[in-house]
Design a binder for this molecule. Structure first.
Ligand code: F6R
Length: 369
C-alpha cells in the first residue's frame, strides 16, 4: 500500500502533483467559468460577506495563512486566520456577514468543530475545506469544498496542505468572480497558472536527492530556524513544524522582517537557517529585502539554506546551499517552496532512525479539546 515507497509520508509527498491536480479538477464549466457545485450557500449571501475568518489548527492553519494573502488580494475582503482553539475563547466579532472557513484534513479535529459550532451560533455561514468524506465537520457546515488529496495516512500532513491551499484559492477566485472584483480573463489566467503547478511540483520532487543529502549531513543539528516574508512566512512556519514533529529538533519559523526585532540574537556560528526567497519578478522590494536578511544572518555566522527561484543569481553569494524551485507567480509559490522543507524534515528524521509516519506523542486526528 506504500506503493514501493519507504514510508507513507514519502508516498504522500510524491502524490502531491496529483493532489493539487485532482483538487482543481471539474471546477469550471465549458465556458471556463469557475463553478463550485458543492457550495450551497446563496450567492446573495456570499456577495454580502464583509469579513472572512479562517479557523483551523496546525498545518491546516498555515494553509489558511497562505490563502489570506491571495484572498485579500483577489477579493478585497479582510481575512483573519485564527487557531480554532483561540477563536472560541476570544468572544470573536462574528455576524451574518462573516464567512467562516474551517480548514481540516480529517474533518474531525475537535477544536475546529467547536469553532464551527460557535460561529454558526453567532449567525455566520461556515464553509469547510475538508479532505475526508463522511467526517463530522462538513456535516455541521453550511457548505463544503472537498480537497481531493486522497487518504493521508502519515501523521505529518503534506499533500493535504497543498490541496488545502489549492481549494482555498479556488474559493477566493470564486468569490472574486461572484463579486466582480476580477475580470473573467484574469481569473482564467490564474486558473491556468494553477493548472500548471502539478508539473512544477513534480520538478521539485525530482530534485529531492540534493535536499536529502543535505539533511543527512545535518542529523546532529540541535536547532534550525526558518525565515520567510509574505507568503513565504507561513511556508517558514510549516517547515519548522515539519522538522519539530518528525525529527524532534527545536525549530522555529519567523517573518524575516522580525529578525532585527529579536530573533537575530539567536544567530551564531554555524546556526542553520532556511530562507524562503520570493521571486525576483514578484512584488517590488520583497526580493531585495530577503536578500539583505540573508546577508545579515550570514555575516553573523549562520549557515544559510536558501530556497530560491530558478535563475535567481542574486542569492548565490550568500547561500551555503540552494534548493531551486521553478518560476511561478508569488501567490502560487508556496505550493513549490514547501516541498523541499517537507523532504528535508523527512530525510533528517530518517537519518536519525525515527519513524516518520508515526512520530512520538502525535495522533492523526485530534478528537479531544
Ligand atoms: C501537522 C499536522 C497537524 C494537523 C492539525 C489539524 O503535520 O498534521 O498540525 O494539521 O492537527 O488537523 P486537521 O487538518 O485534520 O484538522
Amino acid at each position: 500500500e506504500k506503493g514501493g515507497f519507504s514510508s507513507f509520508m514519502d508516498k504522500e509527498i510524491h502524490d502531491q502533483p496529483h493532489a493539487v491536480a485532482d483538487t482543481l479538477l471539474g471546477r469550471t464549466d465549458p465556458s471556463g467559468k469557475l463553478v463550485l457545485d458543492d457550495l450551497r450557500i446563496d450567492e446573495a449571501v456570499l456577495r454580502s460577506v464583509d469579513k472572512i475568518i479562517v479557523v483551523a489548527c496546525g498545518t491546516a492553519a498555515y494553509s489558511g495563512h497562505v490563502a489570506k494573502y491571495a484572498i485579500e488580494h483577489w477579493c478585497r475582503i479582510p481575512v483573519e486566520v485564527e487557531l480554532a482553539h483561540e477563536f472560541r475563547y476570544r468572544d470573536p466579532i462574528v455576524d451574518e456577514k462573516t464567512l467562516v472557513v474551517a480548514v481540516t484534513q480529517s474533518g474531525e479535529t475537535m477544536d475546529t468543530l467547536m469553532a464551527v459550532r460557535h460561529a454558526r451560533e453567532q449567525g455566520a455561514k461556515v464553509i469547510s475545506i475538508v479532505n475526508t468524506h463522511g467526517s463530522t465537520i462538513p456535516r455541521e457546515s453550511d457548505a463544503v469544498l472537498y480537497t481531493h488529496a486522497g487518504p493521508e495516512i502519515a501523521v505529518a500532513s503534506t499533500k493535504a496542505f497543498l490541496s488545502q491551499i489549492t481549494a482555498a484559492y479556488l474559493l477566493g477566485l470564486y468569490l472574486a468572480q461572484l463579486r466582480g472584483n476580477k475580470f473573467p480573463d484574469e481569473i482564467s489566467a490564474i486558473l491556468e497558472d494553477l493548472r500548471d503547478m502539478p508539473r512544477k511540483i513534480q520538478t521539485v520532487i525530482e530534485r529531492g536527492e540534493y535536499v536529502r543529502a543535505t539533511a543527512r549531513s545535518m542529523k546532529d543539528a540541535k536547532s534550525v530556524l526558518f525565515l520567510g516574508r509574505h507568503v513565504g512566512f507561513p511556508v517558514a512556519l510549516e517547515g519548522a513544524l515539519k522538522l519539530k514533529e518528525l525529527a524532534y529538533i527545536h525549530a522555529e519559523g519567523f517573518a524575516a522582517g522580525e529578525l532585527k526585532h529579536g530573533p537575530i540574537a539567536l544567530i551564531d556560528e554555524g546556526q542553520p537557517v532556511f530562507v524562503v526567497v520570493p521571486s525576483p519578478k514578484g512584488r517590488e522590494g520583497l526580493h531585495s529585502k530577503v536578500i539583505s536578511n540573508i546577508q545579515e544572518i550570514r555575516a553573523r555566522g549562520a549557515r544559510t539554506l536558501v530556497i530560491a527561484e530558478d535563475g535567481d543569481d542574486a542569492v548565490r553569494p550568500y547561500a551555503d546551499e540552494i534548493f531551486w524551485i521553478p518560476e511561478s507567480a508569488t501567490l502560487l509559490s508556496p505550493l513549490l517552496a514547501v516541498v523541499p522543507l517537507q523532504i528535508f524534515a523527512m530525510a533528517l528524521a530518517t537519518a536519525k532512525g525515527l519513524d516518520v509516519d508515526q512520530p512520538r506523542n502525535l495522533a492523526k486526528s485530534v478528537t479531544v479539546e
